[in-house]
Design a binder for this molecule. Structure first.
Ligand SMILES: CC(=O)N[C@H]1[C@@H](OP(=O)(O)OP(=O)(O)OC[C@H]2O[C@@H](n3ccc(=O)[nH]c3=O)[C@H](O)[C@@H]2O)O[C@H](CO)[C@@H](O)[C@@H]1O
Ligand SMILES: C=C(OP(=O)(O)O)C(=O)O
Length: 454
């Protein structure tokens, strides 16, 4: 079984580079379906398993695409005859594939997409997406695990979202780009990834105003075309490294990080006693040995992001005193905490809130990730734990983090990624040190190879 093995106790120091945002690139890949003329070129694409899954979905829909991983660029061509069906095999792998529904409906007037279902963090219904399509004139049928949407033509409408859902905002916005007349969507999500998608759609010929506010106004156009776009930086990956720097008492420059995108996190870090400095190079985080406790509540942007909740609870557990975390976005996103209990964490869950009793003397243990942010959070706990922490279920990590362990190693962490079969003896400390030295050498080779750009 593949594992991350961390030997705790190293402060993180140095500079870390952040990839393009997973949550921006996935809907933007889906938006390529709308490009009836010309090619789409997407730059700064993160090399993640979710991106490969979305590429497979687009292949099934008959888009042609080439992913140049060295240049982190994808070129897509959607000018041929497209298919309207995204089968379960792909949608079940990744919920975000539901965002192909809006573009398919707009481009073809017909879409059949498998129901995404829930996941480890919640039931995650898509009623708001469907309500939006219906308001635009589509008929929706649900049968045999599939959603079938049809519309001879979509017509602009006024839509109010009961909750500022990220996926519903993206899906309805994409469908509305080709609707006849004007669509106004109120109470929309305001995440930076929504703004990135709207920017791409406008480059493709759409007429969208209001992205980043709570109301979007979309004038429908006849057709859209390809464009070139560089994906924004992943604020959640950036935030994850900020927390890792803070908890280890380190000093890390998160290169080119946009402070504005991580304001709620940075404000909490500062409240806890961490020094955060923004300059032209990015955001520098300087940790402190004694952290103050704090209360955090997850909310839609510009509130504290739910995708940073698990990592933040680890930092709160390290603080001296009792902290509070309230999760309001997903109903079941505390699964990482029971694993942290195995590392000596003390907490009490009461409904959607958890009291976290610090300071925690984390002990190394074997822990399993339940989703991608849990994987990051458990690894962060491992960075300050006594002894060795083994994090399993790395398929989740690979959904959202590229070269996570390499980046941590470059900052000084003692971490390796290995296959440790169940029936084989565990790496002892000598074997771990040898493996760490070997993986550091491999990092060096990779760094030198990447300097020789093709
Ligand atoms: C690929 C991607 O971008 N994923 C992000 C996106 O997910 P996603 O787009 O799925 O998240 P939403 O904003 O839609 O969901 C937020 C909440 O609204 C509920 N809801 C949503 C739609 C709907 O029709 N009905 C409904 O009840 C969900 O169950 C959840 O409780 O935003 C989340 C909230 O910031 C992030 O955690 C995810 O990382
Ligand atoms: C919940 C997340 O992603 P997704 O919506 O793709 O499951 C996440 O990125 O933390």
């Amino acid at each position: 079984m593949e594992k991350l093995i961390v030997r705790g106790g190293q402060r993180l120091n140095g500079t870390v580079e952040i990839e393009g945002a997973k949550n921006a690139v996935l809907p933007i890949l889906a938006a390529s379906i709308l490009a009836a003329q010309g090619q789409m070129t997407l730059e700064n694409v993160p090399i993640l398993s979710d991106v490969f899954t979305m590429n497979e979905v687009l292949n099934v829909l008959h888009l042609n695409l080439e992913f140049d991983q060295l240049r982190k660029t994808i070129v897509l061509d959607a000018t041929g005859d497209l298919s309207f069906e995204a089968p379960l095999e792909y949608v079940s792998k990744m919920r975000a594939s539901i965002v192909v529904l809006g573009p398919l409906l707009a481009r073809l007037g017909h879409a059949r997409v498998a129901m995404p279902g829930g996941c480890a963090i919640g039931t995650r219904p898509i009623d708001l997406h469907l309500k939006g399509f219906e308001a635009l004139g589509a008929t929706i049928e649900q049968h045999a695990g599939y959603i079938e949407a049809r519309a001879a033509k979509l017509v602009g409408a006024n839509i109010y979202l009961d909750f500022p859902s990220v996926g519903a905002t993206q899906n309805i916005m994409m469908a509305a780009t080709l609707a006849e007349g004007t669509t106004v969507i109120e109470n929309v999500a305001r995440e930076p990834e929504i703004v990135d998608l709207a920017n791409v759609l406008n480059k493709m010929g759409a007429k969208i105003v209001g992205a980043g506010t709570d109301t979007l106004r979309i004038e429908g156009v006849k057709s859209l075309h390809g464009c070139t776009h560089s994906i924004i930086q992943d604020r959640i990956e950036a935030g994850t490294f900020m927390v890792a720097a803070a908890i280890t008492g380190g000093n890390v420059l998160v290169k080119d990080a946009i402070k504005e995108h991580n304001k709620p996190l940075i404000s909490k870090l500062e409240e806890m006693g961490v020094t955060v400095v923004e300059n032209d190079a990015g955001v520098r985080v300087i940790g402190k040995q004694h952290l103050r406790p704090t209360s955090v509540k997850t909310l839609p942007h510009p509130g504290f992001p739910t995708d940073m909740q698990a990592q933040m609870t680890v930092l709160q557990l390290a603080a001296t005193g009792t902290s509070l975390m309230t999760e309001t976005v997903f109903e079941n996103r505390f699964m990482h905490l029971e694993e942290l209990r195995r590392m000596n964490a003390d907490f009490k869950i009461e409904g959607r809130s958890v009291l976290l009793y610090g300071p925690t003397a984390f002990n190394g243990a074997e822990v399993a990730a339940s989703d991608l942010r849990a994987a990051a959070a458990l690894t962060i706990a491992g960075l300050v734990a006594k002894g060795y922490t083994r994090v399993t279920n790395l398929k989740y990590l690979d959904r959202g983090y590229y070269h996570f362990q390499q980046k941590l190693r470059a900052l000084g962490a003692a971490i390796v990624r290995v296959t440790e079969p169940a029936n084989q003896e565990r790496l002892d400390s000598t074997a771990f040190t040898k493996e760490l030295a070997y993986q550091r050498e491999q990092d060096q080779v990779q760094r030198l190879t990447s300097l020789v750009k093709p």
